[in-house]
Design a protein around this ligand. Structure first.
Ligand code: KIV
Ligand code: ZN
Length: 501
């Protein structure tokens, strides 16, 4: 069996999606989860982009032990030196350098000739290799580049020490047969290609990123770039869960490939990334969408009850999907039952952490008759958001109705001081946000707002994910509660806290 190296770029290309930015603590938590998931390489960021990005890559490099940690750099001396410095403490450090090779980029972005680009690529690889033994090189916009030119670039950078050659479909323009021939042509026309691993990096502008990535694997690529939930620039990147599950489910078609991914961690990783970035997973998303394993039609339900495989090509348990229909606990359940259920669904907590979650669980069980696994996950996620609190909600009171102007009074704790503020607004949520803005001393603009029930029933937990604009930054936040106004303020404060940290 042949191994496919999983290169996860959720923390770099994924985080480049507008509004997806994560704070350093969240990045580290995601990195730990990616390591648990079993990814081979974590692209942790673009160190030259900001001091915060450098710190995050450096911190992840110090703490991650199994996966390789990679930093991105342009073919610019300062970028390369910073990226190499950021990943230096890693057990397996990697520097990923990129330089566009397509005519359109050469003409309009660089205003340089092919020979000049070739020299820049060679010099950059040589420099990077002096500082790091593991170098990945990407000819950006490779799928729109002239064949003969990328062959020359690839051969040269391998001679300078590049160990992986990544082929990006930067603008998501290609289709599977095209990707297949490009990888095949590279294998047949670059004389020293056997000295490097070929990787593929696809974007989803035409919805073809997973198909293109699989096609590249069939043609000989042995590393695949991907992100959790497919987040990334514009329409996103190829999604890790789709590629991994396609290889696993259709071994008959793709061949004897394997990845080191522990698929049982897929669903949890997906939830974490969604909750931290505020990017909701569409219900019909392949593999991790809430409806991916739900059967609505009577004919389907009947057949699934007789034999699952009639309409299920994957076992939901294989990706760690927890059916939201199962009643797990109620208001009479004790600490032990909660702790053992949390363990069953994959959370390992110390006693002190279980105690905290137990308090919230009791409050929830008082409000809700039935507590489902998904409710517990929402509680745990809310608890982890609480850890980052700078501004904390103490209480909120709203008067609203069809014939009065909504009026909110919000109390917020900041560094042990509790302050109160009042405001009217266009709706109850707007009134609360305006009152909170006054109190915190910011001017925020709501850009996006989603409310979703985590489980079923009138008493279901509502999960709000939103994006607000503060000055020039767009920040996302998530919050959950059985009270949708409270969930909205929690989501708003989650975003404000990311801004404040
Ligand atoms: O899409 C792209 O070309 C990239 C490169 C930096 C590899 O993300
Ligand atoms: Zn990309």
């Amino acid at each position: 069996m042949e191994k496919i190296i999983i290169f996860d770029t959720t923390l770099r290309d994924g985080e480049q999606a507008p509004g997806a930015s994560l704070n350093p603590k969240q990045k580290l938590e995601v990195a730990f989860q990616l390591e648990k998931l079993g990814v081979d390489v974590i692209e942790a960021g673009f160190p030259v982009a900001s001091p915060g990005d450098f710190e995050a890559v450096n911190d992840i490099s110090k703490k991650i032990k199994k996966s390789a940690v990679c930093g991105l750099a342009r073919c610019i001396k300062q970028d390369i030196l910073l990226a190499a410095k950021a990943v230096k403490p890693a057990k397996h450090p990697r520097v990923h350098i990129f330089l566009a090779t397509s005519k359109i980029h050469l003409k309009y972005k660089f205003r340089k000739a092919e020979d000049e680009i070739l020299e820049i690529a060679k010099d950059a690889t040589r420099l990077a290799r002096k500082h790091c033994a593991d170098i990945e090189f990407s000819p950006e916009d490779a799928t729109r580049s002239e064949r003969q030119f990328i062959y020359r670039v690839i051969e040269s950078v391998i001679n300078e020490g590049a160990t992986t050659i990544n082929i990006p479909d930067t603008v998501g323009y290609s289709y599977p047969q095209e990707v297949y021939s490009l990888i095949t042509d590279i294998r047949n026309n670059v004389p020293n290609i056997e000295k490097a691993v070929i990787a593929i990096h696809c974007h989803d502008d035409l919805g073809l990123s997973t198909a293109n990535s699989l096609s590249a694997i069939l043609a000989g690529a042995r590393q695949v770039h991907c992100t959790i939930n497919g987040i990334g620039e514009r329409a996103g990147n190829a999604s890790l869960e789709e590629i991994v599950m396609a290889l696993k489910t259709r071994r008959d078609a793709f061949g004897d490939f394997f990845t080191k991914i522990n698929t049982k961690e897929i669903y949890r990783t997906s939830r974490m990334v969604s909750s931290f970035t505020g990017f909701l997973v569409p219900p019909n998303k392949a593999v991790v969408g809430k409806n991916a394993f739900r059967h609505e039609s009577g004919i389907h339900q009947d057949a699934v009850l007789k034999k699952k495989d009639t309409y299920e090509i994957m076992d939901p348990a294989d990706i760690g999907f927890i059916g939201s229909q199962q009643i797990v606990l109620g208001k009479h359940s004790g600490r032990h039952a909660l702790s053992s259920r949390l363990k069953d669904i994959g959370f390992k907590f110390k006693e002190s952490q279980v105690n905290k979650i137990f308090q919230d669980f009791k409050k929830l069980a008082d409000k809700k008759k039935e507590v489902f696994d998904d409710d517990l996950i929402a509680l745990v996620e809310e608890e982890s958001r609480k850890k980052r609190k700078v501004y904390e909600l103490v209480s909120a009171r709203v008067t609203t109705g069809t014939d009065i102007v909504p009026d909110a009074t919000v109390r917020i704790k900041y560094r042990n001081n509790i302050s109160e503020s009042r405001s009217t607004g266009d709706g109850p949520v707007d009134a609360c946000f305006k009152a909170a803005d006054k109190l915190i001393g910011i001017k925020s603009e709501l850009q996006d707002y989603h409310l979703e029930a985590v489980t079923r029933g009138k008493d279901a937990i509502g999960e709000v994910s939103l994006k607000i604009k503060i000055k020039e930054s767009i920040i996302s936040g998530c919050g959950s509660s059985t009270d949708i106004i409270e969930a909205s303020i929690l989501a708003y404060l989650d975003a404000v806290n990311k801004y404040a940290i």
